[in-house]
Design a binder for this molecule. Structure first.
Ligand SMILES: Nc1ncnc2c1ncn2[C@@H]1O[C@H](COP(=O)(O)OP(=O)(O)OP(=O)(O)O)[C@@H](O)[C@H]1O
Length: 304
């Protein structure tokens, strides 16, 4: 695959991120396995996958921190060769992000002003007013949730086109997670910018996402918009007595719930005689995640 980048992301309608046959190995282990996808502008994309699926590695490749093979361009730039240029228009908060503990918040704003040409100190102060973080607070005096809010307020004050967030709400309580996502969606996303978020909190982010990408063992097992997902997958809630008849139609996943009802998820439309056995319901993202990423021996159909 050629490394030449010939389609500029500034062309109207061009994807912001384009991957074709991206591979990455660590020793004998294939961590990214022949990934091809595009991510357009104005999307909120969830990157889901179990521990070790390759999410962090893919994000690192996008920001030029991992040495992949194949073609990957972000904003029309090669992340490894044009990293400095790329970081003018891309924000990245890695899973190991830290802020200097000794610094006061206003000092970090001054620091960012000197470091990033597209950073707006006024905007960061405006964003911070929506949090409980004060300008005179020291980082070491802040709770973990407040530090994450501060980090986002600093990063979201950069006039970038893509934001990449690797498990940004890890370790935060539910209120802090909600506050974080509110700030991100309400204050940074504008219909033009795209954000890519990796997370294990599948249920919680479902309502925020426009698209979902699922990695399983380095492979992209799903890359779909939430709208398309509703059209492609179907689910049936049925009485346990109908279990054998439903199983005969080879659903992707079947599970029982404590209230006695069972649910089956299908890739594509289910046969009409099966649909008559229960009530059609919307498949949740978490159910699809389980169906598409659990061990092959438990899920032989999905692994084909
Ligand atoms: N620097 C490295 N050297 C060797 N192996 C690595 C390195 N970084 C990651 N790996 C391996 O690559 C695989 C994918 O790791 P990665 O961190 O991308 O997964 P992840 O999906 O982000 O996982 P998690 O949800 O646990 O953060 C794992 O098997 C991991 O052990």
């Amino acid at each position: 695959m050629s490394d030449n980048i010939n389609i500029s992301s500034t062309e109207p309608g061009a994807p912001l991120i384009r991957a074709e046959g991206v591979n990455l190995r660590y020793g004998k282990k294939t961590v990214l396995d022949n990934l091809s996808f595009t991510i357009p502008k104005g999307r909120v994309v969830g990157l889901l996958g179990h521990n070790g699926a390759g999410k962090t590695t893919l994000m690192k490749a996008m920001v030029g921190l991992a040495n992949h093979a194949g073609h990957l361009d972000v904003l029309g730039l090669d992340p490894r060769k044009q990293r400095t240029e790329l970081l003018q228009s891309l924000c990245y908060i890695p899973d190991v992000a830290i802020l200097p503990r000794w610094a006061r918040v206003h000092e970090l704003i001054t620091l960012m002003s000197g470091m990033h040409p597209k950073f707006s100190a006024d905007r960061s102060r405006e964003l911070l007013r929506r949090t409980s973080v004060g300008l005179n607070d020291k980082v070491k005096q802040l709770s973990r949730g407040m530090v994450v809010q501060l980090h986002l307020a600093l990063i979201a004050a950069v006039d970038a086109r893509i934001m990449i967030l690797d498990e940004p709400t890890l370790g935060l309580d539910v209120l802090s997670r909600k506050a974080f996502y509110e700030l991100l969606i309400n204050e940074w996303c504008d219909g033009e910018r795209t954000v890519l978020i990796s997370t294990h909190q599948v249920e919680e982010v479902e309502a925020l996402l426009s698209d979902v990408m699922m990695l399983n063992d380095g492979k992209l097992v799903l890359n779909i918009s939430l709208d398309q997902l509703d059209q492609r997958y179907s689910a049936l809630s049925h009485a346990p007595a109908a279990a054998n008849a439903v199983a005969a139609a080879h659903p992707l996943l079947r599970y029982g719930s404590p209230n006695g009802a069972s649910t089956a998820i299908f890739d594509g439309a289910m046969p009409s005689e099966v649909e008559a056995l229960g009530q059609r319901v919307r498949p949740s993202l978490v159910d699809l995640f389980v169906a598409l990423t659990r061990a092959p021996e438990l899920n032989p159909r999905a692994s084909r």
